[in-house]
Design a protein around this ligand. Sequence first.
Ligand code: AMP
Length: 569
Amino acid sequence: MVWTLPPAESGNLKDYQAARRGFDWGLFHAEFDWSRGGPYNVAAEAVDRHACNGLSDKVALLSVRPDGAVRSLTFEELRESSSRLASGLMRLDISKGDRVLVYMERCPELMISLLGTVKMGAIAGPLFSALGPEAVRDRARDSGAKAIITTPGLLRRLDPVRDELEEVEHLIIVGEAGGGSLSFDLLLASGDPDFRSVDMVPEDPYVIHYTSGSTGKPKGILLGHKAMLQQLMACRYVVDLQAEDVYWCSADPGWVTGTSVGIFGPWYLGATIVSYEGRFDARAWYSLIQRLRVSVWFTAPTALRMLMREGDGLVKEYDLRSLRHVCSAGEPLNPEVVRWGLQTLGQRIHDNWWQTETGAPCISNYRCMALRPGSMGRPVPGVEAAIVDEAGRELPPGREGFLALRPGWPSMMVGIWNGPTRYQEYFQIPGWYRSGDLAYRDEDGYFWFRSRADDVIKTSGERLGPFEVESALIEHPAVQESAVIGKPDPLRGEIVKAFVVLLPGHEPSEELKEDIVQFVRTRLAYYAYPREVEFLDSLPKTRSGKIMRRVLKARERGESPGDLSTLED
Ligand code: AMP
């Protein structure tokens, strides 16, 4: 028997089946100013529309520092500062379609940078501040970024690669500028407060999010301005937002969740968003919900598992009764966490599934629907999802296969920067977009996640490609070659495990392991380092020399490695 939870009492979506049957994306057009002659631009719709239509003094952003201090900005303040930045960027000769990377810890200037960049028609590339110098260099080079907006501390972190950023024309610094960089504040001060958003076409990209595949370096996924339709719909039906909500999405804007349902989507609905500038800390998180009276909360399974581990005694110290809706996405949500949510928070946790490439939630649980803990839910209104085989044939309920979507949903990526071939790879199953996940559907149309079909790793909700980590490892002076896999972990979903073959003259030791770990941590990203390193004499390879990660993966999981006929020896 599957454990089910009855529907919640109220919600924006009243009847799932009826919403799907009568669904028309056109119904959402009227909510946007462009349908009344305004410019087609996500920044104008997220902020200027409200600033000019009676919500100018409404708080749009509550940015909470780790010490608890709160900075708040109204829709009008955001409109004005982003307009100033947009005109300042134009004066720097940055034009429509250029890429501007925003490499910053969470703070109001990060939001202003994203909005200002998008307003003037450029493509914003938010980068998670945990990325190390080599990861930033790779993204700057791949995107051909004209400018990077950053802080003095993070700029110093880029010192080892500064010579390799010669194509970046402008470094704009929030804080003290110097050494050829420009001051963000001065740029704003001299900018035009009434800059009008550049009119874009629906397919024009507004954001580039780098994410990993199982081969090659991370790819720059481009989302188009038309994604606003689905982000608005998802924030209404999945996140269940209303204009009066205080909404906290704990995802960093470096990832798609942080921008699509963390910033733009909620602002289309005129909600107040909370941004926490610190790192995970159970007390700080609970007290933030209590103090700001957060009513809707979007977070991730690893964070929920970490809160669970802190114990129920801690939760009871806080008054969390302001919460009325909770969502989770990014990795499988275990039924135990759903049970904990019910018992300790008194909330159903609504799991939803999507990817950087899908731009917005595509499968979800809704308030009006019975919840089956462990299931990702059912396709959002307006999106068709299925489980298919290689030929695109739909598989019957219960059969595991490729999780696929019918192309054409509004927030579907509009391309991959410099990667038309990589883009095409998503559409090799006739008639379908292939997500790279394996899943099955039950008799009632609920989707259940099984695993990735490829070698992509999800650790603490962060998506990592083995190739990225292997490329960093191989630069270590003692490493000859390596293979990286995701090893199941009860807290983090998966941890990164590296198998390393040493160069002649180097002996395995605990010190060397630690040195290798630190090497990756400081160069690539703080979250991307292998938590386990194992030295091997050789790696399993195919006869043509490709590393067979699945053999290592199966060994680690105590499973059968499958067909070994192509193994080297
Ligand atoms: P990202 O592009 O970083 O959002 O990662 C997308 C991948 O995360 C998906 O392809 C899945 O493997 C995984 N994922 C996202 N949401 C869920 C979910 N609700 N349940 C299970 N896996 C998920």
